[in-house]
Design a protein around this ligand. Structure first.
Ligand code: FES
Ligand SMILES: [Fe+2]
Length: 519
């Protein structure tokens, strides 16, 4: 961890220290939960989708690691430093190979003594250098330098050895997205497999905004959440025009389903009955909504495209893309800079995270398998059809759950984390977002500048002791006071990059502003 990150982390841990005890939930032991749920009671409500042959697992040749996963937005990555990443439990490092002008992904393990290459640096030759003993590697994984090796004898040939190579993974950058193929031996298969791009997002006249967030809940809980439009008015009340009163029956229907995922349609949407929405789950990691609103004889379309990546058991990464069929004026990016859009997206993600980490732990504590979801959940309305569609795909084609790399324990922790950890924006986003890091640096610099200006202005006012300078003194002190106030308020903005908190019961009643708790 860079020193700056480490310092911030220590400060953050210290900040939340006294909150941990308050938020920690003690749970009943797992044997007690199993008593509650076993033997299973069949729900009295009929759930037709679960009673056909599809609740059975079929022999499936689906391989979780033989897929492209959208893991990053190059615009938010720093080309000057390596960035750690985890996919299917495999620790990886992304870095920009300037000698070939492309992003590269390695196993985050130096072949020398397994130190994390993500702690390394880009050396003078543009290669990735391990910070432990200084070995360097070029884009294809080959070792280019072993500083300790003699220039004569066997040591001089060590860098050329296959054992000095780093394991590398296929990477593809398409439009503004970065995809990784987590099977290091599957380069040829990766080469002939198209990335799961949603072409409509890149049509003329479409405006996009995107963000990445690491989440303290796993792939299946994340997929349930994003395939469920009915939670929007409640979980996100007060955000982006969503209101609890918009909650209503949503007639979701599945149109097609199979090994590749499913498609569906929603007649009516939370915002308006005249808004039609079609969806597609492109297994395993992409889900999108395509909404069309007919109004005043015009049709307006918008998209929400979500890429999900299983990182480690119980955690996941989301790439969220919102797109609108509107061409925005050139100056809009100054009114709503990218970092501000990221902060606004965090509000939505925090609203979900408050529930989903908890939900995941509760599910795990029942002892039920992923396939037994219908015994744990009661989903009697059509608004859960897409959730059921996803769960059925997972059972039938996805082997009942994510298959992580060999050696990764698939069990998820059975204890609830404090909110300060679940909603930690710094760890989940800011730390690896170059855009937000830069904004944070500038805001902090501005804050320091304002404090210095306030001190200098106050000192100047003190020097002007003559009664003739009374008005000047008052003016200087007024400006100093304003600068102090602005610096104080900027402290709140800095906080938004780190942690904001989210208490659903404090939001409302039916309109913003939202009320948040802060560390
Ligand atoms: S562990 Fe990387 S150079 Fe030694
Ligand atoms: Fe950001």
């Amino acid at each position: 961890m860079p020193r700056r990150d480490a310092a911030r982390q220590i400060e953050f841990e210290a900040q939340l220290g006294h909150h941990v005890v308050r938020h920690h939930q003690s749970l009943p032991p797992i044997w007690f939960k199993r008593l509650l749920y076993s033997p299973w009671k069949e729900p009295s409500y009929e759930m037709p989708e679960l009673e056909d042959e599809e609740s059975e697992t079929e022999k499936s040749d689906f391989r979780w690691n033989a897929n492209w996963y959208c893991v990053a937005l190059p615009e938010d990555l720093d080309k000057n430093v390596p960035t750690p990443l985890t996919v299917l439990g495999i620790p990886m490092v992304l870095w920009f190979d300037r000698t070939q002008d492309k992003w590269t992904c390695f196993l985050d393990q130096c072949p020398h003594r397994l130190a994390p290459l993500s702690e390394g640096r880009i050396d003078e030759n543009g290669h990735l250098q391990c910070s432990y003993h200084g070995w360097s590697f070029k884009g294809d994984g080959g070792c280019t330098c072993i500083p300790q090796a003699s220039t004569e004898g066997p040591e001089s040939r060590a860098a050329a050895s296959d054992r000095a190579r780093v394991t590398s993974f296929s990477v593809r950058e398409v439009h503004d997205l970065l995809f990784v193929w987590p099977d290091a031996k599957g380069a040829e298969e990766a080469e002939r497999t198209p990335v799961p791009l949603l072409d409509e997002l890149y049509a003329e006249g479409i405006t996009r905004s995107s963000v990445v967030r690491d989440l303290e809940y796993g792939f299946d809980v994340l997929a349930e959440n994003i395939t469920d439009p009915s939670h929007l008015p409640f979980a996100h009340h007060g955000v982006g025009g969503l209101r609890r009163k918009q909650g209503k029956p949503l007639p979701l229907t599945l149109q097609s389903k199979g090994a590749d995922g499913f498609t569906g349609v929603s007649g009516g949407y939370v915002f308006s009955d005249s808004m039609q929405s079609t969806v597609e789950f492109k297994a395993p990691g992409r889900f999108h909504y395509h909404r069309v609103l007919e109004k005043d004889g015009k049709s307006r379309e918008s998209f929400t495209c979500l890429y999900m990546t299983p990182t480690v058991p119980g955690k996941s990464r989301l790439v969220l893309i919102d797109a609108f069929g509107v061409k925005l004026p050139w100056y809009f990016k100054y009114l709503r800079p990218r970092w501000l859009a990221h902060l606004q997206s965090q509000d939505i993600l925090d609203g979900d995270a408050s529930f989903l980490h908890w939900q995941q732990v509760q599910y795990a504590n029942t002892g039920a398998s992923a396939k037994e979801f219908n015994k744990v959940y009661f989903m009697p309305t059509a608004s859960d059809r897409f959730v059921i569609g996803f769960r059925q795909w997972l059972s039938k084609f996805g082997h009942g759950g994510v298959q992580y790399a060999a050696g990764v324990d698939p069990k998820i922790p059975l204890a609830v984390l404090p909110k300060e950890k679940v909603l930690n924006r710094y760890e989940g986003h800011t730390k690896h977002c170059k855009t937000c890091q830069e904004a944070l640096r500038q805001i902090e610099a501005l804050r320091v500048g304002l404090v210095v200006a306030a001190v200098l202005l106050t000192a100047s006012a003190a020097v002007l002791s003559s009664p003739d300078w009374l008005y000047a003194r008052v003016g200087l002190l007024t400006v100093a006071l304003t600068a102090s106030g602005a610096a104080w308020k900027l402290g709140d903005v800095v906080q938004l990059f780190l942690f904001r908190g989210y208490n659903h019961h404090e939001v409302g009643p039916e309109k913003p502003p939202m009320v948040f708790s802060k560390v």
